[in-house]
Structure formats: structure tokens, C-alpha cells
Design a protein around this ligand. Sequence first.
Ligand code: FMN
Length: 371
Amino acid sequence: MSHNSFGHLFRVTTFGESHGPAIGCVVDGCPPRIPLTETDIQHDLDRRRPGQSRYTTQRQEPDQVRILSGVFTDEKTGVQMTTGTPIGLLIENVDQRSKDYGEIRNKYRPGHADYTYDVKYGIRDYRGGGRSSARETAMRVAAGAVARKVVPGLVVRGALVQMGPHRIDRSRWDWDEIGRNPFFCPDAEAAAFFADYLDGIRKKGSSIGAVIEIVAEGVPPGLGAPIYGKLDADLAAALMSINAVKGVEIGAGFEAASLTGEENADEMRLGNDGKPLFLSNHAGGVVGGISTGQAVVARFAVKPTSSILQPRLSVDRFGAETDVVTKGRHDPCVGIRAVPVGEAMVACVIADHFLRHRGQVGETTPWPMGG
Ligand SMILES: Cc1cc2nc3c(=O)[nH]c(=O)nc-3n(C[C@H](O)[C@H](O)[C@H](O)COP(=O)(O)O)c2cc1C
């Protein structure tokens, strides 16, 4: 199976299956002399970790990361830093229950990757979905923790803004709320509603989708490249590569189609510092594939978990029709744990473009340009 790497100068390769002994990644191209410890990475992993509330899978994975390579403790300062060599990260799988999956060994779960993996490769690790399991996303989060350190001043945050058909009230948006509820929801009232709503879904053995918004602040202007290296195109690809993601928007996204040119234009003035100031951000911080210096804003839609207790019609490997009921432990709304994964993918793309910009252009042109 090829295509397990992404990024150009900040390049991440992941490996491992849900029920194998371990999952891991290699982060290649990280600049040297960046302080990096396991604790830095663990913090992000703990936000994605399963089994933390009744709204996520009860699989208990401590997701304890080990740095295998690419760091060295500076003898003068005692600070552990990246060395510029490949950073190898490993997480052991400790809570596999493969027997839960015996029932779907020869059956295809509708909405999961069982049929497509089988039809492509002719062999499939059915235990927990094998490589198609979102267990792999733990390594994206680990790589994202490294990426965040590559771009000075970069802050990437994510929030769940819709569950099923229910949207948050954006006027109540409070970033501090994200850490206070199990949904990464910035609206306290919506979070209280989601608690009951998702309980109902879970008790029915069903599942539901969600929309996640990622906001990256501190992105310098000038990152990205025209035509085939557009920052927004790379963000869309990275977010779309996350399991269960079925749609991506940048800035106003699909809503832009219903705006007029006057409404959509992000008008410009000079700020108090004499630098360009945008009066709105419909572009989501990217124009012509290049960052404007505004916040980069992306949203993605996550489909409802396909492995559910409700029986669904399917077929098996032997060509017979059958029903599928997925036992095992599953998230009723995978969109919740997709929040830190989305943050990580955005951080990786921005780190990659930061290094690419530095490689080709060096310093961003000083303002003002003319004169
Ligand atoms: C954080 C996270 C957890 C997930 N957990 C499950 C799960 O427990 N059961 C399931 O059927 N799908 C789960 N998924 C989604 C599947 O991995 C995904 O639907 C499957 O690989 C098919 O790929 P696709 O939906 O991208 O086409 C999860 C996705 C994410 C982002």
C-alpha cells in the first residue's frame, strides 16, 4: 500500500494498523534546534485519546508516545532539541479486542472501507478496520504537535460547530469553552444540548455527523504557491484525507456562492501600524493560493460513524447477501475526536508551506512594496 506520506519539506509518513502491535510515524524535514519532548506531543494526543467520555469509544488506549529518534539533549542547556534528522514516533496498541470483529471478518460494513480495501488488495486486516481505522490519526496528531513548533507564533485551534442538523450560535463563541465540555464546542448552551442529543443517538445504537472549524492564527502572509501548490488546495487535501471527512470549505466556502461581489470582497484599509488591514475574512486567509496574514479558516464535514448497532443490508466476500450489525466499541459521533486531528493536519500543511516559502523566497518582502 503506497501513499502513506504527505508534505514536501515537512514530510510525514505514518504506519501501523488498529490491531497491530503499534502505530508510528516518521517526521522528516523538521528543522534542527527546536525544543521537543514527549510531553509536548502527549498533550495533543491526550485531547484525541479515546475513552475519555461516554460520547467517545470506550476503547482504552493510553496513547503514550515515545520519541525514538531525531532529538538530542544539548549538553550546555540540558534542553532536548530536534537534530534535523528524521523524528521517529511510536505508540503501542494495548487495548485491541480483535474477537469483537470476528463477525465482520467476511462481511462488508456499509460506509466503511471493508469492501473497497478487499476489492483493491484482495486481502484485508478486518480487525478494527486495520489501516483504514482512525487509530492512524493518532500519528497525525503527534506529527501536528511537532509542526506547531516549526512556525513561530502559530496557534491552531479547532471547534465542533455543528452536530447533526444542529448548529452552534456563533455569537456565543468562547474558545475557553472548548476545554470545558467533551465536544470541543465553543458554545456552552449548544454543548449542553449536544449532551442529551448524543445520548439519545448512542442509546439507539445509531450515530451522527458533525462539522468542525479550524482556525489558524499567526500564519505569516506569503505562504503558499500559485497554481499547483495553493495553500487552500493543500489544506483541503489534508483535511479530506482524514477518515470520514466528506466535505471541506475554506473561509465563506459554499456560502460564498450566495454572496454578491460587494458582500464577498474583503475590503482593505491601513491599520494603525500602517500595514494592510482586511475588514472581513470571507477568503479564509488565503487568496490566489497564498496566505494574506489573516486567520486561516477551514471547515470540514464528518459523516456519521458507519459501524453501528442498527442492522444494515450488505453482502459478504463469498457473494451472498447478508445483514451487518457492528459490535465492538465505537464513537457515536466521530466528529468529536476529529477536532484535534483537523488541527494537526492544518498545522502540518502550514509548517510545510512555511519551510517551502523560506526555501524559495526567504524573508517576506517588506511593506510597502512600491516607491
Ligand atoms: C477520530 C475518528 C474515529 C473514528 N472511529 C470510527 C469508529 O469507531 N467506527 C467507524 O465505523 N468509523 C470510525 N471512523 C471513520 C472510519 O475510519 C472511516 O469512515 C473509514 O475508514 C472509511 O473511510 P471514509 O469514511 O473516509 O471513506 C472514525 C473517524 C475518525 C476521524
